[in-house]
Design a protein around this ligand. Structure first.
Ligand code: ZN
Length: 113
């Protein structure tokens, strides 16, 4: 099974392919997978604000870190995020966090600072 991206509008996972378009059955949004289509790359924070490369965000819940005894605390500020729109595992933000180094986060656990 091909792994289709979630709907960029409502984040539904029930998207399907219709020719060269992807279709969301939940909000009827149609979009193209072709690169250069800005809408494909829309990633939103927990409040629904659109995130951009270079944005600063705040972590909204404590996050356990694999291989570390400490966790990323709620309220941690993260500068200069990099978006990964096609992240298969849902970790669509790459960033560096003081004390942890390079990390991947889900956009659902941050809000725009
Ligand atoms: Zn949708």
């Amino acid at each position: 099974m091909e792994n289709l991206p979630n709907c960029p509008k409502c984040n539904s996972e029930y998207t399907y392919e219709d020719g060269s378009l992807l279709v969301c059955p939940e909000c009827s949004h149609e979009w193209s997978l072709e690169s250069g289509n800005e809408e494909v790359n829309v990633i939103k924070d927990a409040n629904g604000n659109v995130l951009n490369d270079g944005d600063a965000v705040t972590v909204i819940k404590d996050l356990k870190v694999k291989g570390s005894s400490s966790s990323i605390k709620i309220g941690t500020k993260v500068k200069s995020i990099r978006l990964v729109p096609d992240a298969a595992d849902g970790h669509d933000i790459e960033c560096k966090i003081d004390g942890f180094g390079a990390m991947k986060l889900k956009s659902s656990v941050v809000k725009k600072a």
